[in-house]
Design a binder for this molecule. Structure first.
Ligand code: COA
Length: 150
């Protein structure tokens, strides 16, 4: 829903890890990609979010662009529940893609556990090299999680 945009921006800003996009970008995503974006709440307070989209050339592939959990709530599988909820509600999605830097161990664990839970294969391949970005940014290899079981 539209109001998720502001919450997603705040969570991204406070994540300590993510590239923070403009508030407008999150509002746009919340409006136009509402079925592939979620905010997790505890006692009505936002504690995590995921934004993604179906790839234009392959609607059965969900690309997860950003996912984050408030630092105070990490380690409770909140991000895993966000991912599980998304694919549960998108039954035609068979593949999940994301990019993860080499050093982001928590994110690698998150997607590894997600693949295991769904009996899916996880493969890694090069996608964005550091010099594909105009700013100082690590390379972002692609993780492809395919054959999602339900
Ligand atoms: C990656 C992230 C979304 C995982 O969310 P989460 O809800 O904590 O996920 P999980 O509970 O499944 O924990 C995943 C891993 O995080 C690590 N972790 C556990 N507790 C943690 C804590 N308190 N703080 C940081 N990392 C922790 C562990 O390695 C854990 O794996 P394990 O269960 O095998 O021990 C979260 O760490 C985060 O917001 N990181 C910053 C943003 C980011 O890097 N996003 C991904 C790139 S887009």
């Amino acid at each position: 829903m539209l109001s998720d945009g502001a919450q997603m921006w705040r969570l991204a800003r406070d994540s300590g890890e993510l590239d923070v996009n403009t508030p407008y970008a999150y509002a746009l995503l919340a409006r136009d990609f509402a079925d592939t974006c979620r905010v997790a709440t505890i006692d009505d307070e936002p504690v995590g979010f995921v934004i993604g989209y179906r790839r234009p050339e392959s609607a059965a592939t969900l690309f997860v662009w950003q996912i984050a959990v408030d630092p105070a709530f990490r380690g409770r599988n909140i991000a895993g529940l966000l991912l599980d909820g998304l694919v549960r509600d998108l039954p035609d999605v068979t593949t999940v893609e994301t990019t993860v830097t080499e050093s982001n161990a928590s994110s690698r664990r998150l997607f590894g556990k997600f693949a295991d839970r769904h009996g899916a294969d996880l493969a890694e391949s090069p996608l964005f090299a550091a010099d594909d970005f105009p700013d100082s940014h690590d390379a972002e290899p692609l993780l492809t999680i395919s054959g999602l079981g339900r």
